[in-house]
Ligand binder design. Structure first.
Ligand SMILES: NC(=O)c1ccc[n+]([C@@H]2O[C@H](COP(=O)([O-])OP(=O)(O)OC[C@H]3O[C@@H](n4cnc5c(N)ncnc54)[C@H](O)[C@@H]3O)[C@@H](O)[C@H]2O)c1
Length: 377
């Protein structure tokens, strides 16, 4: 363990380790990079690019990254970046971003992808900053490049969310196939739907941004075959058995045991939580439920596994490489199996522990679990 260790900040400290406002070096951009915590001088998180992103949002997401890594027992702090843009002039934006964040990247703050930022955009800003995560002073070199490591792990998040779902179903005493609704049919939603169908559960509802599809048993493979890269399902090529609805949040009205949230922020919120019928909610997305919705769902008797536990797969697999924990000498197939097993173990352990705490007292069980994991680091 390094002697430069900087302690994780207690949860009651609302201020991040630092927050940098970006105006652009050699070009104009507006945005922020927030390092919520630093551990041994390291932090990491994704960069999101939306027209409405705010510093407050970036701070909240950076704090969530701290929580994810603490829960996962990874010795790295949480960070996040945000760029205010509708995505025009991408090349120029990410070149300017790369020049601006160059000292941060080289100083131990690894930035990856999040909403609105693609692997190609990341390659542009890494290139402009002359940053290659294979090399860092004081750490062993990575023997493979970042894309070779990371690209085979694309379904790691969905895999972990699926593990959270089956663990929670078991822990809440459920036996036999569960009826499942998956809200969001992008990279995460599709992987979770496939994972749960393969384990004998019934996918009875799926939603994308255009509405909800339902059936007694939706054929996941057939739906995936007519879904585009942005998670949009082609309504002209649906199987006959599928019922369609464009009513707002109609996924909440489908009779289900489990709802997986894998779309936008606050999908479950104060205005719609009264429609929740499922006894179990698993968040695949980030901040998929508002605080008020979580409290109300719990008070109504539903168990909820938050995204900081369930969706560790993507961030965790990146952090395993940045902290050089992953055994790089394994073959590509064995390395992927190692990372997926790590994700599954981590998610199962935290899901079980969270639900045990939830069963022992009323209120949000997450702070107690975070306290326990913080002491273990
Ligand atoms: N991809 C990852 O590895 C990863 C990791 C951690 C967290 N997340 C989070 O998980 C969520 C999903 O990520 P993704 O990569 O699958 O995204 P994606 O862009 O691939 O897919 C998003 C899906 O959500 C749907 N959607 C958007 N708005 C909706 C709405 N109002 N109602 C219903 N559906 C809606 C879209 O149509 C699409 O099917 C995001 O919040 C993301 O930040 C993703």
């Amino acid at each position: 363990m390094s002697t430069q260790h900087t302690a994780l900040q207690p949860d009651d400290n609302p201020e991040p380790a630092f927050s940098v406002a970006l105006n652009g070096a050699g070009g104009n951009i507006k945005g922020w990079v927030v390092a919520d915590t630093l551990v041994d001088g390291l932090a990491m998180g994704g960069v999101r690019m939306t027209p409405g992103v705010t510093e407050e949002e970036v701070r909240g997401l950076a704090r969530d990254m701290t929580h994810k890594f603490t829960l996962a027992g990874l010795r790295i702090g949480g960070a996040k970046g945000g760029i205010v843009s509708d995505g025009g002039n991408r090349e120029q934006t990410f070149r300017t971003f790369g020049r601006t964040v160059k000292p941060l990247l080289h100083g131990g703050l690894h930035l990856g992808i999040d909403m609105g930022v693609t692997p190609a955009d990341r390659a542009v800003f890494f290139d402009e900053a002359g940053y290659d995560p294979r090399f860092r002073r004081g750490a062993p070199d990575m023997p493979i490049d970042w894309r070779t490591y990371y690209e085979p792990l694309i379904d790691a998040t969905g895999h972990g969310v699926g593990e959270a779902a089956v663990t929670a179903l078991e822990a809440t005493g459920r036996t036999g196939p569960a009826r499942v609704v998956v809200q969001g049919f992008g990279a995460v939603g599709r992987a979770v739907a496939r994972f749960l169908e393969e384990r004998g559960h019934l996918i009875v509802g799926v939603a994308d941004v255009r509405g909800t599809l339902s059936a007694d048993r939706l054929p996941v493979g057939e739906l995936i075959a007519v879904t585009d890269e942005f998670g949009g399902i082609d309504r002209t090529r649906l199987p006959d058995t599928v019922t369609q609805s464009t009513a707002p949040d109609a996924w909440l009205d489908v009779d289900a045991d489990l709802v997986v949230l894998a779309a936008q922020k606050h999908a479950l919120n104060a205005a719609n939580v009264h429609r929740l019928r499922a006894g179990l909610v698993v968040e695949g997305g980030n901040i998929s439920s508002s605080d008020e919705a979580r409290d109300k769902a719990r008070a109504a008797g539903s168990a909820l596994v938050p995204g900081v536990i369930a969706n560790i797969g993507g961030a965790g697999s990146a952090a395993l490489a940045v902290t050089r924990v992953v055994p790089f000498d394994l073959s590509a197939t064995a390395r992927k199996a190692w990372v997926f097993d790590w994700v599954a173990d981590c998610v199962r352990r935290n899901t079980r522990a969270l639900l045990e705490i939830a069963a022992s007292h009323a209120g949000d069980p997450l702070p107690e679990l975070l306290d326990t994991r913080r002491k273990e680091l």
